[in-house]
Design a protein around this ligand. Structure first.
Ligand SMILES: O=C(O)CCC(=O)C(=O)O
Ligand SMILES: [Fe+2]
Length: 319
């Protein structure tokens, strides 16, 4: 594939079985091949997207001493602020040229959490200087989580599972909304890039802000192709957890964010991935119906929680 296919979630939400099935086939085929699709018809309004960008710019424009207040030791970068250069892709020593914020799950006060969930679902960090930042972050988190739930329902059908297979694993899941700021580049970056080549850790990623050039995806032939979304589209991709579960039937594709040409070094890039994670107790053992003589089991059994912990160590976020 040389181009990222586009799909429309409204097709899946329609009452027409034929439209619903068409969406399932399109997204399933795209994820079995290039691992990425551009998706419109999601639950984010233009106004909400605009508000989030404004709040994120306000946050990253705060003085560094204020941002540093929100970089809290011992959280493995799971909530709040992570400063410039701290995260490096697996196997890379240079830090990525980015700073970011993490919003985590909002648990309903009536929900009773298991011990494993209490450990990972730590409360969100409130930015005192920007009251709207917290409100808008929560709203976007919940709309993206809802969008992701329907995408996973479509994938469950594609995988010949019960349509609601993923629902119990994503309810109160450990998902993360990560607004990223790639600041203007001041001097020759010497081997560092905005985001070095990597696969995402989680089940699926929904990315806002892929409208400009920068994000590139490596297709099955090994070519890097530009992933550019239309203004009303999210970029969606398969993460390593879903490729493990499906024994690589759905592909977690390597991607990167390249540095802009020198004449554009002076501009920031803002992008906002939502990493959909399940509860830590979800078993990622390859599904029986994805293992066969032609496609023998490729991964060791592991839980989502243990897999995440291993990968956060690789990223330099847990010591
Ligand atoms: O900034 C982007 O467009 C993509 C970021 C990304 O791939 C990630 O944070 O995992
Ligand atoms: Fe990524």
């Amino acid at each position: 594939m040389q181009k990222i296919p586009s799909v429309d979630l409204q097709q899946f939400l329609s009452n027409q079985a034929i439209d619903k099935q068409a969406f399932v086939e399109q997204i399933g085929n795209a994820f079995s091949n290039i691992g990425f699709v551009a998706l419109k018809g999601h639950f984010l309004s233009d106004e909400l997207i605009e508000e989030l960008y404004q709040e994120i710019k306000n946050f990253f424009n705060l003085p560094q001493e204020i941002k540093n207040k929100y970089e809290i030791d011992g959280l493995g970068g799971q909530r709040g602020y992570t400063s410039f250069g701290k995260e490096s892709a697996k196997g890379k020593t240079e830090g990525d040229l980015k700073e970011f914020w993490h919003f985590g799950q909002y648990v309903d006060k009536h929900d009773v959490l298991s011990e494993a969930l209490q450990k990972v679902l730590i409360p969100n960090i409130i930015v005192e200087e920007l009251p709207n930042f917290n409100r808008v972050g929560k709203e976007v988190y919940q709309q993206l989580e809802k969008t992701a739930k329907y995408v996973l329902r479509a994938l469950a059908i594609y995988l010949e599972l019960d349509e609601n297979y993923f629902d119990e694993y994503i309810h109160n899941g450990n998902s993360i909304l990560r607004p990223i700021h790639y600041p203007p580049i001041q001097s020759e970056p010497k081997g560092a890039v905005r985001a070095a080549a990597h696969g995402d850790i989680n089940l699926i990623t929904l990315l806002m802000g892929a409208q400009g050039r920068g994000l590139q995806v490596q297709n099955l032939q090994g070519d890097w192709i530009d992933a550019i979304a239309q203004p009303d589209e999210l970029m969606i991709n398969v993460g390593d957890m879903l490729s493990r579960l499906t024994n690589n039937k759905l592909k977690s594709t390597i991607h990167q964010v390249i540095n802009p040409p020198k004449e554009l070094w002076g501009t920031s890039r803002y992008s906002i991935p939502f990493f959909m994670h399940p509860v830590p107790t979800m078993d990622l053992t390859c599904l029986d119906n994805c293992v066969s003589d032609n496609n023998p089991k490729q991964y060791e059994d592991i839980s989502a929680g243990d897999f995440l912990y291993e990968r956060l160590k690789d990223l330099g976020l847990i010591k």
